[in-house]
Ligand binder design. Structure first.
Ligand code: AMP
Length: 285
């Protein structure tokens, strides 16, 4: 496995692989790799012949007062995980590689970024779409792999790639969970035992939502209020930032569950802000 610290070197590795006719896969990450990331890497290894994992804690997607400084950076452990998973190149640029001068060019996706996490993190998605555009331009993958765990991000990236005719395929991999149901996240390591236990109520609330819909409940308000009751049982959940039932394509709130909907939750628990979601297609249930 190679480690590329510069844009020039990762481009050289990819160029050599492409000249051999290899299909290039990219899994963009911020490091602190866990089994969620590994599932993306495994999908990439399965589908592609040459896999690049980027590790870059992207300052542009953190807002003021967010955890950019504290974000875990266990680089050597990350390299070991990548090596074991069969990655060909880890691209780990310093910030000066990615944002060499004052950045004047941003890629923003409208509408889809306004609700859900966009409400409390107004510059987050602009940071994500800009860095992903850069990574796509640098690595030029045939396929890029993202996680359903960050559902809004997945939809925004797919839309960006389609709107801007980016010549790659976007694959969304299912959310990987701990045995108790908690979605695996690099930010779970900020939690103490009690907070971790309470965090399992997030998925419990989503499962309750799924059950209610199966039982024929269709009013979003009724579903949200039942989910809120479950989250309130967890005393370390200090704030429910949102519980939303939205159209799975437009991300607009729906009053009634019909067709494909995304049910998404964001809570503050201890030092972490955690998100989770489920996608439901009532026409298929
Ligand atoms: P991050 O390092 O948090 O920026 O995440 C990098 C990629 O891994 C994103 O596409 C995430 O959606 C994905 N990811 C993070 N956690 C999980 C998980 N538990 N299951 C599946 N994908 C995940």
């Amino acid at each position: 496995m190679e480690v590329a610290r510069t844009i020039k070197s990762v481009r050289e590795f990819v160029k050599a692989a492409r000249s051999k006719g290899k299909k290039i896969g990219l899994a963009p990450t911020m490091g602190a790799l866990h089994i969620g990331h590994i599932s993306l890497i495994e999908a990439a290894v399965k589908e592609c012949d040459f896999v690049v994992v980027s590790i870059f804690v992207n300052p542009a997607q953190f807002g003021p007062g967010e955890d950019f400084q504290e974000y875990p950076r266990p680089f050597e452990a990350d390299l070991e995980i990548c090596r074991k998973a069969g990655v060909d190149v880890v691209f780990a640029p310093g910030p000066e590689q990615m944002y060499r001068t004052e950045n004047l060019t941003w890629v923003s996706v409208e509408k889809l970024t306004e609700g859900l996490c966009g409400r409390s993190r107004p510059t987050h998605f602009r940071g994500v779409t800009t860095v992903c555009t850069k990574l796509f331009n640098i690595v030029a993958p045939d396929t890029a792999f993202f996680g359903q765990k960050d559902a809004q991000q997945a939809i925004v990236i797919k839309r960006m790639a389609a709107d801007l005719n980016m010549p790659l395929e976007i694959v969304i991999c299912p959310t990987v969970r701990e045995p108790g149901g908690l979605a695996v996240s690099s930010r779970n390591q900020y939690l103490n035992e009690k907070e971790k236990k309470d965090a399992t109520f997030i998925y419990k609330s989503l499962q309750q939502c799924q059950q209610l819909i199966r039982d024929g409940v269709t009013q979003s308000d009724a579903i949200i209020s039942e989910m809120r009751k479950i989250l309130r049982q967890a005393s370390s959940i200090e704030e429910i930032e949102y519980i939303s039932v939205v159209d799975a394509e437009t991300l607009q709130d729906v009053e009634k569950v019909e067709g494909a909907v995304l049910v998404a939750v964001a809570v503050k628990i201890g030092p972490s802000r955690l998100i989770d979601n489920i996608l439901l297609d009532t026409s298929k249930e």
